[in-house]
Write a new protein. Structure first.
Length: 318
């Protein structure tokens, strides 16, 4: 049996930082409120003209470097983003051109904060069936472009960043299973209700019913983690690390509590960069791989939840 295995990780955060104290000067909020309600202390924001693909390119090159693969040898790109550079060509194709790898499939997946989980699940299938051998899976966002900086309910949460992994075929276990879900009945609770076909609104911005998103996210992420463990006949003790979507520390704590998982087994980076949507899981994974917490052979559970709602998880033998 052939698995797809993560052979390299990379990430990138843009240089410009907005702290909670900076936000105090922009909207009616406090550092204390933001820290206690979200766990976020600072967020990185793309410079003028710096795009989602610009961030992705740095993360991708770092992941390829870690995997020891030349950019020109990539034969498959799955790119999760809600903030594409252009209507088309898609971000996968734009990244392909930057890397100089030609001919393989390159596409983007638009499932908000679950974008990386969807892209990973799709790429995993292609690697396992032999149709991709050096796949790049990306999550990259410039959410600052669709954040309403005058709305304290959302401006304190969202930010920019990118993460990437390289998948290659392997006889040793790698990705053990992936699980994707969506429920469109919740479409209005978290959205950016503007677009090409419907017509662009004068102000392109995220709107969110924070309380309701919070409650459903905790339920669905809990179910998703339980589903993933059950599908593999495992219980939570088998897990070395939970690598959750870095949306809000209280959502992460609630998910861990529901699973009775100690916070020492949870990778947390939200404090440093806020909610970077599709970039969040590969960013957190890369940080923990590079600082030595995540090591080869460990069992990881990745999960994310986002607008739509869309959500997904993956069990990974790293
Ligand atoms: N600063 C100060 N006060 C604020 C702020 C702010 N930035 N934002 C809201 N408030 C006020 C509200 O106006 C309200 O005041 P009131 O009681 O006088 O009416 C009070 O704080 C409480 O507001 P709530 O919305 O009930 O606050 P809550 O504890 O629910 O926290 C939050 C809000 C942080 C948005 C929370 O609901 C949340 O985390 N939701 C999940 C949202 C999320 O993570 N979305 C990301 C995308 S989905 C995902 O990635 C999982």
């Amino acid at each position: 049996m052939i698995y797809s295995r993560i052979t390299g990780t990379g990430s990138y955060l843009p240089e410009k930082v907005i702290t909670n104290f900076d936000l105090e000067k922009m909207v009616d909020t406090t550092d204390e409120w933001i820290r206690t309600r979200t766990g976020i202390e600072r967020r990185h924001i793309a410079a003028d003209g710096q795009t989602t693909v610009d961030l992705a390119e740095v993360a991708a090159r770092r992941a390829l470097d870690a995997a020891g693969i030349a950019p020109t040898d990539v034969d498959y790109i799955a790119f999760g983003t809600t903030t594409p550079d252009l209507v088309f060509p898609n971000c996968g194709v734009l990244l392909q051109q930057r890397l100089g790898c030609r001919g393989g499939p390159a596409f983007s997946v638009e499932t908000a904060c679950a974008g990386f989980m969807y892209a990973l699940s799709i790429a995993d299938k292609y690697v396992r069936c032999g149709e991709a051998r050096r796949a790049l899976v990306i999550g990259s966002e410039t959410l600052s472009r669709i954040t309403d900086w005058s709305d304290r309910g959302t401006a304190v949460l969202f930010a920019d960043g990118a993460g990437a992994v390289v998948l290659e075929p392997s006889e040793a276990p790698g990705i053990l299973s992936t699980h994707l879900h969506a429920d469109g009945q919740y479409k209005d609770l978290l959205c950016c209700a503007s677009g090409v076909s419907k017509g662009f609104a004068p102000k392109l911005k995220i709107t969110m019913s924070g309380n309701e998103v919070f409650k459903i996210a905790v339920i669905k992420l809990g179910e998703s983690v339980e589903e993933t463990l059950a599908a593999n006949g495992l219980n939570k003790e088998a897990l070395d690390w939970l690598v959750p979507h870095q949306a809000n520390i209280r959502i992460i704590q609630a998910t861990a509590r529901r699973l009775d998982l100690p916070m020492e087994k949870v990778i947390l980076t939200v404090k440093e960069h806020g909610n970077t949507s599709a970039a969040s899981v590969p960013l957190a994974l890369d940080v923990a791989v590079r600082d030595g917490r995540i090591t080869r052979g460990q069992l990881l559970l990745l999960e994310a939840f986002g607008g739509g709602f869309t959500w997904g998880s993956a069990l990974v033998r790293y």
